[in-house]
Design a protein around this ligand. Structure first.
Ligand SMILES: [Zn+2]
Length: 679
């Protein structure tokens, strides 16, 4: 699990790097500039590299391509391109943060903290000298124990790390989603691979990986091999117990709920030790709900928790600790985690160190960015704008003629309960505490990382048993420096991150450009609360049907009309859009656009041409060459960007009023009866 996560981090890092200035391959570039064979319908797919006509099309033939034609031609002549403005914006944050780290004339608690972690991570000379030393001390606390009682004592001190046999996290409680509770799932070292179609060779590979981990933690090879054989036997037993547990209880999900620490102790001693050690309980004594999956596996763990199995038990803990530590030891060990990733050796130490701090010290990096980079007053400006969009949505809902008063009331209630977090949340973690703690534990990178883990976990567990805080960015793992904005259904929250407020994505020059750029984004996120998927949740983020049957039928019919219209669009000669797949996002796009146009009505001399041009510019993007691009479109639940621009513009009367040349027979034209309005 952990390894997969880290690999994914590394992969996304690679993607960011490769996308920033993608170099189309020579051969297919020639091919795609020579032939314009992917016409698409009704518009040319401009998001495929090189798939552009030799002359600029008229705006009525494809608005987005016409407006962004010169940008595409620039990419073609330079034979490289910026993926889209989001990528460019991401590049901007990265540059700024790196500058701040290097610029020692700037200082703050968070900046010092980031620098400390950055240099610990980047100091591979020291890491190579220390080798596996930092791990050995922790491991010794476990291996020195002589019976399960002693082992329990050590685990209760919170010494273990990784996910020894359980993955534990804090989230909305399963018995009351308005409270925080604990979710526990089982984690086997060899993992559920026993249940799957693993070949003997695969099994041998996993086992030799575990032997490697134990040896990294200082085990002799023979001892490590014996312990891993023991772990395999234990897993066979655990799987069998799990099946029996399900048969006995007739419970196919194999899930149980326990609501007290005493209950946990009775159910599974080592799980109790782990929870106690890591602090997954309420300090104030509030009742906490523990939702446990794979209960039969924990039952097996409890049954084998005896002195006879001591070495296997220790081995399970140590494997988990060693696997977790791999990222923070010497270069060879570090690289061995990523050896199946292409081009990993091309990454510089600076790049991986930057990746490390942005992932491990998220909130601190955010705070530094906001303090030193973000223009003052921007957050207040954005909050005002967000409130304005919420007001526009309120008016829209009130004036809907196809909704019954009953459903309308519910929809308005949901809107009033919507939480919005703009640029940064009101409550944030105070990192000065971590700076204090880490001062005494900065000898090794691993020590410092474990301090950070404790610090984050203490923050999270302090919420246990308490009311859920919707819009808390630590729980949603939000990084404000990301160029993104999103709606979370299960919170009914919209989140507008500072990353979308750089000048590549946010045009402050005039009301027209503001409404077309970040304004439309805010409107998009609000509309997600009322898209076909989002509208199945209520104001507190609970799944609920607040619709009358008739209203829902009407809504579904409108949505189906949109999905069908999307499905009729050709991405290439023979591939069409999957309308159902991109429906929620397109409903949100249209919502963002119409809310912007509602607000525009407050400005007597509103320049619609400027507004629409800016809107089109927002959707400039190149998804790659033919194959890559088509592959991306098939997975993405957003329509291709040229469609996101053209399709939504076709639906609004202001577009036709502004551009009379868009008339019957042109590709941008849609007959009034075919235009779709959802909200
Ligand atoms: Zn969206």
């Amino acid at each position: 699990m952990k390894k997969l996560l880290l690999i994914l981090l590394a992969v996304s890092l690679l993607l960011v790097i490769s996308c920033q200035s993608s170099q189309p391959s020579q051969s297919s570039q020639t091919e795609s500039t020579q032939t314009e064979n992917l016409q698409g319908k009704p518009w040319i797919n401009s998001n495929i590299f090189g798939n552009w006509p030799s002359n600029q099309p008229a705006l009525e033939d494809g608005f987005e391509l016409s407006l962004n034609y010169n940008l595409y031609m620039k990419a073609l002549s330079e034979n490289k391109y910026i993926d889209d403005f989001y990528t460019q914006s991401g590049e901007f944050q990265e540059k700024k943060i790196k500058e701040l780290i290097a610029d020692t004339s700037k200082t703050s608690d968070e900046l010092e903290l980031i620098r400390a972690y950055y240099s610990l991570f980047a100091d591979f000379d020291k890491r190579n000298r220390d080798a596996n030393g930092p791990l050995l001390d922790y491991r010794a606390m476990i291996t020195k124990t002589e019976n399960v009682e002693q082992l329990s004592e050590e685990v209760q001190k919170g010494l273990v790390f990784g996910n020894p046999f359980a993955i534990i996290k804090v989230d909305n409680a399963s018995n009351d989603r308005n409270k925080y509770g604990v979710w526990i799932d089982f984690n086997l070292p060899i993992s559920a691979k026993l249940n799957s179609d693993y070949t003997d060779e695969d099994m041998a590979n996993v086992k030799s990986y575990l032997v490697y981990l134990l040896m990294l933690a200082g085990y002799e090879e023979q001892m490590a091999t014996d312990v891993v054989d023991g772990i395999e036997q234990y897993e066979i037993y655990a799987n069998q117990m799990d099946k029996e547990f399900m048969e006995q209880t007739g419970n196919s999900s194999d899930e149980i709920v326990i609501t007290s620490m005493d209950g946990i102790r009775e159910f599974c001693t080592p799980l109790y030790d782990l929870i106690k050690g890591l602090g997954y309980y309420s300090e104030d004594g509030d009742p906490v709900c523990y939702n446990i999956s794979n209960a039969g596996m924990f039952d097996a763990m409890e049954k084998m928790y005896m002195d006879d199995n001591l070495e296997i038990l220790k081995g399970i803990y140590v494997c988990s600790m060693a696997e977790y530590a791999m990222d923070f030891l010497d270069m060879e060990t570090y690289m061995s985690m990523y050896n199946d990733i292409e081009n990993i050796e091309d990454l510089t130490i600076d790049e991986i160190s930057y990746d490390f701090i942005t992932n491990y010290l998220k909130g601190a990096v955010d705070q530094v960015y906001l303090e030193f980079v973000l223009p003052e007053g921007l957050r207040d400006q954005m909050i005002t704008l967000t409130k304005r969009y919420i007001a526009a949505m309120r008016d829209r809902l009130k004036n809907e003629t196809w909704l019954s008063e009953e459903t309308k009331k519910k929809a308005l209630e949901k809107l009033e309960k919507m939480v919005y977090v703009v640029v940064y949340p009101d409550d944030w973690i105070d990192y000065s505490e971590l700076a204090e703690i880490v001062k005494d534990h900065d000898q090794f990178l691993l020590d410092a990382v474990l301090c950070r883990d404790d610090f984050y976990r203490n923050y999270m567990t302090s919420f246990l048993g308490k009311d859920v805080e919707r819009g808390n960015w630590v729980f949603s793992d939000t990084k404000t420096t990301e160029a993104n904005a999103y709606y979370i259904r299960t919170e009914n929250s919209i989140n507008i991150l500072a990353g979308v407020l750089t000048d590549t994505l946010f045009y402050t020059d005039s009301i027209e450009t503001v409404l077309a750029s970040v304004g439309a984004t805010i409107g998009h996120e609000i509309t997600h609360g009322f898209d076909p998927g989002g509208s199945l949740y209520d104001g507190l983020g609970e799944q609920a049907n607040w619709w009358t049957t008739e209203d829902r039928e009407n809504f579904d019919a409108k949505a189906k009309k949109m999905a069908d219209a999307l499905s009729s669009i050709y991405l290439s000669d023979d591939i069409t859009v999957n309308g159902e797949h991109v429906l929620n996002e397109t409903v949100a796009d249209l919502g963002g656009l119409v809310l912007s146009l509602d607000i525009a009505k407050d400005y007597p001399n509103f320049n619609y041409d400027l507004f629409f041009r800016t809107y089109a510019l927002m959707w400039y993007s190149i998804s790659g060459e033919v194959e890559d691009a088509l592959e991306r479109f098939s997975h993405d639940n957003h329509a291709a960007d040229y469609i996101r621009a053209n399709f939504t513009l076709q639906m609004v009367p202001e577009f036709y009023e502004t551009y009379p040349q868009v008339k019957e027979g042109t590709a941008m034209y849609l007959a009034p009866e075919d235009r779709i309005s959802i909200w």
